[in-house]
Write a protein that binds this ligand. Structure first.
Ligand code: FES
Length: 238
C-alpha cells in the first residue's frame, strides 16, 4: 500500500516523512541526531527513559520522539538548551538510582548509558546516590544479571518476547523497587522458558546483562544484530 507523505519541520528544516512514522524515525531518516536509550530499532517503543524528548512548536510540553507520531505541519526541535538540561537530568537520575560503578563494570567503555553521560558532559551528579544493595544473579550457565547496572529500559524484556518468543523477562514491583525478573521470579538459571539465545544480553545497553567469562571493559554488545534480526523477521512476515 502506498504511504502518504506529509511535510514537517525539524530544526527549522522543511522535510517530508511517511505518515505513521514517529518523530524519531522521521528525524533519523533526515539525518538528525536524537539520543535514545530505551529505544532499539526493531523492538516496540515504550518511551521509558525520556532521553529522546523533543520540543514541539505551540506547546511547552516535551514529547518523547520514540513514541510520538508525526503529524502534518508539525514543527519539531531536537536540540536546545532546555532539552540538553532535561536529558542531562534524566541521565543523572538513572546514574544515582543504582550502582553504576563504571570502572568495575564489564561494559565499561561499551555502555550506552556511559556514552550518553559523556556526550552530555556529565562529570558529576547533583542528586544523592541511592546506593541500593542489589543482588547479582549468576545462576545461568552462560549469562549474568547484575541488577546494580540495570536501568529498567526493558529492551531485554522486549527482545525476548518479540524476537525469541520466550517471554522470560518481566518487570516486578514499583518505583525504586522495580526490577527485572525471569520466569515467575525464579533465578535465571531455573527459567524454563529461557532458550539461552542471548538476545536479551545483546539488547541490553549497559552491563546489567552480560556473558560469563568477560572481565571489566570486555563485554561489547551487538545491539545492531538484534535490529537486523528484527528486520529479517519483519521482512519474512510480509
Ligand atoms: S528512547 Fe524515547 S523514551 Fe527512551
Amino acid at each position: 500500500m502506498p504511504y502518504k507523505i506529509i511535510s514537517i519541520r525539524i530544526d527549522g528544516e522543511l522535510v517530508t516523512a511517511r505518515e505513521g512514522e514517529t518523530i524519531l524515525e522521521a528525524a533519523r531518516a533526515n539525518g538528525k541526531q536524537v539520543p535514545t536509550l530505551c529505544y532499539l530499532k526493531g523492538l516496540s517503543a515504550v518511551g521509558a527513559c525520556r532521553v529522546c524528548m523533543v520540543e514541539l512548536a505551540g506547546t511547552d510540553r516535551l514529547f518523547p520522539a520514540c513514541t510520538t507520531p508525526i503529524q502534518e505541519g508539525m514543527s519539531i526541535r531536537t536540540a536546545s538548551a532546555k532539552l540538553a538540561l532535561y536529558r542531562r537530568m534524566a541521565i543523572e537520575l538513572l546514574l544515582v538510582e543504582r550502582n553504576h560503578t563504571c570502572s568495575a563494570c564489564v561494559s565499561n567503555g561499551h555502555c550506552e548509558l556511559q556514552s550518553l553521560a559523556q556526550s552530555l558532559g556529565i562529570t558529576h551528579v547533583r542528586y544523592a546516590y541511592n546506593n541500593p544493595h542489589l543482588p547479582v544473579d549468576m545462576s545461568h550457565p552462560r549469562f549474568v544479571l547484575d541488577h546494580n547496572r540495570c536501568i529498567l529500559c526493558t529492551r531485554c524484556v522486549r527482545a525476548c518476547a518479540e524476537l525469541e518468543g520466550a517471554s522470560v523477562w518481566a518487570v516486578a514491583s514499583r518505583s525504586i523497587y522495580s526490577h527485572i525478573v525471569s520466569d515467575l521470579n525464579d533465578e535465571w538459571g531455573n527459567a524454563h522458558n529461557c532458550t539461552g539465545c542471548g538476545k536479551c544480553v545483546q539488547a541490553c545497553p549497559t552491563g546489567a546483562l552480560a556473558e560469563k567469562g568477560f572481565a571489566v571493559h570486555e563485554m561489547v554488545k551487538q545491539s545492531d544484530a538484534v535490529t537486523r534480526l528484527a528486520a529479517q523477521r519483519a521482512g519474512s512476515s510480509r
